[in-house]
Design a protein around this ligand. Structure first.
Ligand SMILES: [Zn+2]
Ligand SMILES: [Zn+2]
Length: 175
């Protein structure tokens, strides 16, 4: 992932920050009132940890594991204890504010996108992108999945999450 961010400009180090990584990180609006509103709408108290998690997941759409999420937060100088992180993610998942899935290595990953969607997974670097549901091909995939289930002794499809394995543009070009 760091490889793709090497275009970061060489401006001065922020005081007390870990310069190189910090300057290349996308901006996160940690204090946006929309974060608290979203948590309250879901029936959750807007604790600092919960706000930080959804702020970060909304910007860094990398589908992190708990460990990766903690490292990302640290890169922004935001520290959440792991126990708190686990508890917060559990509450956010229960309330439907974040979604989660188990990847092919058995790792639990978190996703700010709670709408039904499919994933494109890079076999080179592991990057996971959401497929845009507005693509007509994605809609066709849904109807094919439904036909497949029905064709298999008349199962009725309720949900389909496909993992499409491919090479991302950086890996396809750079290896
Ligand atoms: Zn890749
Ligand atoms: Zn996703």
């Amino acid at each position: 992932m760091a490889r793709t961010r090497s275009e970061a400009s060489a401006h001065a180090a922020p005081p007390g920050g870990s310069a190189a990584s910090r300057s290349s990180l996308p901006e996160v609006d940690w204090d946006s009132p929309a974060l608290s509103a979203r948590l309250r709408d879901a029936g959750l108290r807007p604790t600092t940890a919960r706000r930080w998690i959804i702020a970060l997941l909304g910007v860094q759409r990398v589908h992190p594991t708990v460990d990766e999420l903690q490292r990302l937060l640290r890169a922004y100088d935001h520290e959440i204890r792991q126990a708190t992180l686990y508890q917060s993610l559990a509450r956010l998942s229960e309330a439907g504010v974040v979604s989660s899935f188990v990847d092919s290595h058995g790792l639990l990953r978190f996703d700010a996108n709670v709408d039904a969607h499919h994933h494109l997974i890079c076999t080179g670097c592991g990057r996971i992108d959401d497929l845009s549901p507005s693509m007509p091909e994605e809609r066709r995939l849904g109807s094919i999945a439904s036909d497949l289930a029905r064709g298999h002794a008349r199962w009725l499809l309720s949900d389909a999450r496909l993992e499409l394995r491919a090479l991302c543009p950086e890996c396809a070009a750079g290896r």
